[in-house]
Ligand binder design. Sequence first.
Ligand SMILES: [Zn+2]
Ligand SMILES: [Zn+2]
Length: 550
Amino acid sequence: DIPKNKFVVVTGLSGSGKSSLAFDTVFVEGNRRYVEGMSSFARSFLDIAAKPDVDSIENLSPPISIDQKSVIRSPRSTVGTLTEIYDYLRILFANFGESHCPKCNALMNKKSNKDILLEIKKMPPKTMLVIMAPYGKKDKNIIETINQIGQLGYARVRVGEKIMTIPEASNFILNNEVGGEADIVIDRVILDSKDKDEERIMDSIETAMKVGGGSLRLMLDNKEIISYNRDFVCEKCQIKIKEITPRHFSFNNPEGACDECSGLGLKMKISSELVIPNKKLSLAEGAIKPWGSVGGRNGNSGQGMQLLAALSKKLRFSLNVPVNKIPPKKLEIILYGDENYDFGGVIGLMEEKYKSTKSDHTRSEIEKYMVSEICPVCEGKRLKREFLSVLLNGKSIDEWVNMDIDSLAAYLENSKSGQNQNKIIGALTKEIGGRLQILQKVGLGYLSLSRGTQTISGGEAQRIRLATQIKSKLTGIIYVLDEPSIGLHSRDNKRLIETIKSLRDRDNSLIVVEHDRDFIKNSDWVIDMGKGAGEEGGEVIFSGTVERLL
Ligand SMILES: [Zn+2]
Ligand SMILES: [Zn+2]
């Protein structure tokens, strides 16, 4: 009998059938019963496990198996996405991050028409206000710009820092060097202390935004100029970011993912070391290894050699000397090509073929010569530059997720006390902080959220799943764990045991396959499986409390 709502450790030598007891028997039986309790409609969507070979197991709760293999491992998932912490960070950054120009780092602001009206209302009475719409482009012809403005029916423009009529402007630009931009004067208002003109000002703001294509300028008392934008804009670099939403911080969404590596942070690249592994061979002796295999049979290698022979005459190198005797600059052209010599390069041609071929065989042949390297565009950060330059507390989302979980938790705690807290930020950071804490409890504080799930160990994967279970606050569940202590330090062992006990205290049953003494000592019930592997195994030789075992 395995007691319910207890912390049960199944121990025994390997091959004694302890994993089989825990996983196959309890898990499969529990799952079957749980499923049988569901409606036939729901059941039809599940793959029902075969009934295990035991007489009877009574009173089973729905089981959740947390073994070391069942974590999704893909280059597109990280500790952050798996634990959903990254989703909360995306919301936080989209709503409260400060956008910076990806080129010059200047802060980018955006304002709604209402925001602008509010700012105007705060200005002192009797302020002389000119509402203007920027028009034309720097590199365009100013004569054309002024003519167009005249045709639109506006009477005044601001050119070269001065406001003038259209005829004055036409005259001015003949004698002065100015760029192709001009501000159209939409309205001129002297602010009244009683806000009488609010409706008129709002109308003018709307018109200016429309004519200015999302930008507006105010001139105050004929001197100060303030620019406003509907989108995030850097006027200096002419860079505009339309919108920033949580999607844009996801490397699994094309809107946010780096275009070069499509969000993987890594790029496959043909390696010259692999293409010419033996530099003591000459080109004529077959130094270029892939030409022996890729398309070798259909004569492509012959074609390649013909191209090289033609190049050798123009570029003046010998096909018969060892490759390491060819000057580096010439070897560079041989590998990567040069338009002046009308040659695509050995590697250049392979890359072209890799992109154009429809044959899986050819593609995998070429992949043998590829190595993956950190994406040169995003530097492994997976996102487009404009979203990496959104900063929260002066750090990008990439910098946040690259901290280890211990540091990130401390950082979050510090930044919380510093700010005058916004309610939503408070709720989000609380959610994130809670999840980080659970990861620390299961001994994963040394991992970073950016860590790819393909590179974590089985024990780490299991503890991440355990952490997500703790968060779910379910009760009446049987958790089956397979040696969760693997790879843990003894200090973290204690925390993990505490965590397991807290799950038990929430009326869950825990069946843990473990050899670790600390686990056995702390358990409520121990099952020792028979010594001797194979045929003799599979027998329960002890089942009872720890006190009775000792
Ligand atoms: Zn800029
Ligand atoms: Zn990239």
